[in-house]
Design a protein. Structure first.
Length: 498
């Protein structure tokens, strides 16, 4: 068997990470031996290769040790000894052999790689980082060292270093799994833009693997890139079986008033959930009622949302849906509906409408059932607000708060109903509570500004309208609030009248 054939057989026989070192057994170029010892050394190496072929690692180790006695300056022999010792379970001896190989040849890329992967397997993260960093300083050419550095950096929580290391690796290797790891590392490091780039690369390298498409779409959604997220999530494979991704797509599509896509997506989520034997979450039923409201079918919406509040069983009949923001023309108060970002974080429903990432409040004493009921009741209140049924909206909001008083949406909708009913002080308190629970809640900030306008407090009105503008998710909303601020500046409030 030729040298190349033996090497290929080793690679094919040991594909796993822990046996990666075996694949590199003969990877280093050996130094030519002096004529006096060349024949003897060659014979020993041939015997060692035969032992490797038979997977007799103890014999291979013995023979490489014998070869080292003949040629103690040969880095390649120490590298091969390290591989054999690792296979016998002598991790400490293997590490010592690899380090000796590197000492003899500081540019020996395979020895660096074998040592790094062994340290990784043993969970020696800091040592892995040290040896791979040393290799880079020496100018060693071995792309996998960047990969090992990234993996070890992940383990110690240095996401920025991990991301940059994966990025270096991907400059020479096209790997969807590593592009995916790179995306997660960039995300954890707080670089959403680079994370999106890496997610896109992973999905382009393996578009049939739904996880990469899913994660790309969810990341785009979290960053507020709604149109791009819809485009990506619409490309999920036909056999993709995660219902939550279709719920996210449905809510994004509804947010953009793409109601047909929203209906198709949420119906797909219902079907998958039922096929998997799972109950339909109350929050999804709430989505159905909210989309019915956005289509103007308020009677159906009220019925569906009441079913969600009551916990009644629900089965889709083909008219599937999601939620609408139900914002009224100024200066009427803005209602609100939950959106999708908690799904991205693994929860089931949330209250934040803007493009930022929703954060769940402290819910240690609130069950998921209570929270889902609260969201359904808040959606019902929103449906009543759209129709001008303000007293009913107030009742529904109070029910939502009774179920979960940590839901900003419920306090905002209660304030909207109170404002519409002329209860300015109570409305102000409700909006302040919503803002306390969610400091970047632009709808509540804008609504509170309207309260202060009606109370004649120009400075407070200006302050909260400015906050709402800062947190508003779209240019249209910013322009709407800006018009209200301009009107405020032009107006003569009661305390300034002659």
């Amino acid at each position: 068997m030729s040298y190349q054939s033996r090497h290929r057989s080793l690679v094919n026989r040991y594909p796993s990470l822990k046996s990666l070192a075996v694949c590199l057994l003969l990877g280093g170029a050996l130094v030519v031996s002096p004529p006096a010892i060349a024949q003897s050394l060659s014979a020993i190496q041939q015997q060692a290769l035969e032992a490797v072929a038979q997977e007799d690692w103890a014999e291979a180790a013995r023979l490489y040790q014998q070869a080292i006695e003949t040629a103690p300056d040969r880095a390649g022999l120490y590298n091969n000894l390290g591989v054999a010792l690792r296979q016998t379970g002598d991790t400490e001896g293997a590490i010592e052999a690899y380090r000796k190989a590197i000492e003899l040849d500081q540019l020996f890329g395979e020895a660096y790689g074998n040592l790094a992967v062994l340290l990784l397997v043993e969970g020696e993260w800091e040592e892995t980082i040290e040896i791979t960093r040393q290799a880079r300083v020496q100018g060693v050419s071995n792309p996998t060292l960047a990969l090992y550095f990234g993996l070890a950096s992940e383990q110690v929580g240095n996401w920025e270093n991990a991301a940059l290391a994966y990025d270096r690796y991907l400059r020479t290797e096209a790997s969807a799994p590593i592009a995916y790891r790179s995306a997660i590392a960039f995300w954890q490091a707080g670089d959403g833009r680079e994370a999106i780039r890496a997610f896109r690369r992973a999905s382009s390298l393996d578009p049939a693997f739904g996880l990469y498409v899913s994660e790309t779409g969810l990341a785009l959604a979290r960053l507020g890139a709604t149109d791009n997220a819809i485009d990506i999530l619409s490309e999920l494979p036909v056999d993709w079986s995660q219902p939550r991704d279709f719920i996210v797509l449905a809510r994004l599509a509804q947010q953009e008033n793409m109601l047909d896509l929203a209906e198709d997506s949420i119906l797909k989520a219902f079907q998958l959930s039922q096929q998997q034997g799972d109950a339909i979450p109350t929050s999804w039923v709430s989505d159905v009622g909210a989309i019915e409201a956005s289509r103007g079918d308020y009677a159906a919406a009220e019925s569906t949302l009441q079913d969600a509040i009551d916990g009644s069983a629900y089965s889709p009949d083909g008219e599937a849906v999601s939620a609408d923001d139900a914002s009224s023309s100024p200066p009427a108060p803005l209602g609100d509906v939950p959106d999708l970002f908690d799904l991205i974080d693994g929860a089931s429903s949330t209250e934040q409408e803007s493009g930022g990432v929703a954060t769940e409040p402290d819910q240690l004493d609130v069950s998921q059932t209570d929270r889902d009921v609260a969201i359904a009741a808040a959606n019902l209140a929103d449906t009543y607000l759209i129709q001008g049924k303000n007293a009913l909206a107030l009742t529904a909001s109070e029910a939502a708060i009774a179920a979960d008083d940590s839901l900003p949406l419920a306090h905002n909708n209660r304030g909207a109903a109170q404002l519409a009913l002329g209860e300015l002080d109570a409305a102000g308190e409700s909006f302040l509570m919503a803002i306390e629970l969610q400091p970047d809640y632009w709808q509540a900030q804008r609504n509170l500004g309207i309260v202060y306008i009606q109370q004649g407090d120009r400075e407070q009105a200006r302050e909260y309208l400015a906050q709402a503008m800062d947190n508003a998710p779209t240019l249209d909303v910013v322009q709407q609030i800006n018009r209200e601020m301009v009107d405020l500046e032009r107006s003569v409030l009661p305390d300034e009248a002659d």
